[in-house]
Design a protein around this ligand. Structure first.
Ligand code: PLP
Length: 477
């Protein structure tokens, strides 16, 4: 299997990306999603604006389930909330039967408020507060993933207080680095802060410790090695290392019955910059070329890789095949949402290039434009590519950029841009530094409905106690 399922296109880009690759269509030049005119939505609701598709969310969830249909034990999909925690998006996934992987009190409470059965909730996180652990135990979360030795002890005490064994998994640092990713998206290497270290023996020590604790039920091992993975061999390697510990847990007297393989699968049309591409882009503004789409069978190959790695790995070690927990984030939501931006003004700087000033940028979405390639389409009319344009946001900061040097049609004021694959880590990492947080619209059953309104002045000042008291004696913390 090729390590990189695609290569950067080497030739100059001559044709704009085809919207049909994302299931969008052009009618009279205007982009439509699931029958809805994106230009009309932007006019009615203002920009920046996120538009999500329930149809695509459903397709992605079904695709993932199909990829694991042949697995010989139960498979539970627990969507990683932090990827996109807009309640209306979560509701679509939960209606399909998806569980929740949560990382803090906010997400734990959100899952509860959305009615997710506690057994389908997994709590993760490298530094959970005592309150978060307590809440998770109280709530009866189906799995709490302990990230360190101290959490094992804390959870055992909470189990003693609750009078029952707390179901836990151990997050392992398998020291596996998927190829083709940048440093900000690798989470399974020893240089990251996550999990119990395999190489030094810390993980094995933790397995014995957890197996011997009376108020814990050690259900299995967990790892999450990165986000945006296309190197499926790294996923198999990580699973193999987890199974060694699963066997050790058996020997230590525990009865592990599940394996949590985390999330991390990449998407077909957006992709991480490699470390070199990232450094070059930051240093010189040289944007990597648009990647060719990854093969259409990416998800089924991922399913086959995981199933094969677990079943053969268990057979070799004489273990029963465990239930699987999957924690997908971007693979479920990335291409189910677009971000619409309006061009306010154009500037031409002779000898330097063309600049488009849009109403959102890197300060609207804090990370993604710096480390991932997302296609940008002209949404209000069809036009051929015409050189390169740097698209900036509204802030008086050179960092507030969508992309530098992106091949685009010749833009004009009032054009509408669609940033594609904006469903993962966009709303989740947005900041108010670039302006009010955008509204989110969901298209479902042919109708468009606002599932999150645009942030208002009142929302933003609601936390400012000094405004309330007029600078007088505040109410305290
Ligand atoms: C523990 C854990 N699980 C799941 C995910 C989801 O990852 P992805 O969006 O790459 O699928 C993350 C993301 O960082 C994570 O840290």
């Amino acid at each position: 299997m090729a390590l990189m399922p695609w290569r950067w296109t080497r030739r100059r880009e001559r044709t704009a990306p085809d919207p049909r690759l994302w299931g969008l269509e052009r009618r009279h030049g205007r982009l439509h999603m699931d029958g809805q005119d994106l230009v009309a939505l932007a006019e009615r609701l203002g920009t920046p604006l996120h538009v999500a598709s329930a149809r695509t969310l459903t397709t992605r969830y079904d695709e993932l389930c199909t990829a694991f249909a042949a697995y010989p034990a139960p498979v539970r999909v627990c969507y990683s909330y932090k990827t996109n925690r807009t309640a209306g998006v979560l509701r679509v996934l939960h209606r399909l039967g998806c569980g929740a992987e949560v990382v803090d009190e906010f997400e734990l409470r959100l899952a509860r408020d959305l009615g997710v059965p506690p057994a389908q909730v997994v709590l993760n996180g490298p530094n959970k507060s005592a309150r978060e652990l307590e809440l998770a135990v109280e709530h009866g979360a189906g799995l709490i993933v302990a990230d360190g030795l101290e959490e094992i002890r804390q959870l055992d005490s909470l189990g003693a207080a609750a009078g029952r064994a707390v179901p836990i998994a151990l997050r392992i640092c398998p020291d596996v680095k998927p190829r083709g990713m940048n440093v900000s998206s690798v989470t399974g290497s020893r240089r990251t802060q996550f999990g119990l270290d395999l190489r030094s023996g810390e993980a094995l020590h933790a397995v014995r410790e957890a197996a011997g604790r009376p108020h814990l039920r050690l259900r299995g091992m967990m790892a999450h090695i990165g986000s945006g993975i296309h190197d499926l061999r790294s996923v198999a390697r990580s699973i193999d290392r987890l199974l060694d510990l699963q066997a050790a847990a058996h020997r230590a007297g525990a009865e592990p019955d599940l394996l949590d393989v985390g999330g991390g699968l990449g998407t077909r049309r957006s992709r991480e910059f490699t470390t070199w591409e990232l450094l070059r882009y930051l240093a010189t503004g040289h944007l990597p070329q648009r990647p060719a789409p990854a093969p259409a069978d990416l998800v089924s190959r991922y399913g086959a890789t995981v199933c094969e790695a677990v079943t053969t790995g268990c057979r070799r070690r004489g273990l029963e095949v465990p239930a699987l927990v999957l924690e997908p984030g971007r693979a479920l939501v990335s291409d189910a949402q677009v971000l619409l931006l309006r061009v306010g003004a154009m500037r031409e700087r002779p000898g330097v290039g063309r600049f488009a000033l849009a109403d959102g940028g890197a300060m609207t979405v804090s990370m993604m434009f710096l480390s991932e390639y997302h296609s940008v389409l002209l949404a209000d009319r069809d036009a051929p590519l015409d050189g390169e344009t740097s698209v900036f946001g509204r802030l008086p900061s050179p960092m507030d950029v969508v992309y530098r040097g992106m091949p685009l049609p010749r833009l004009q004021a009032d054009d509408l841009l669609a940033v594609m694959d904006a469903g993962a880590y966009f709303t989740a990492t947005e900041t108010a530094f670039g302006g009010a947080r955008p509204a989110v619209v969901l298209i479902e059953d042919g109708r468009a409905r606002v599932i999150r309104r645009r942030e208002r002045y009142e929302d933003r000042v609601a936390l400012e106690s000094d405004l309330e008291t007029g600078g007088g004696d505040g109410a305290g913390a």
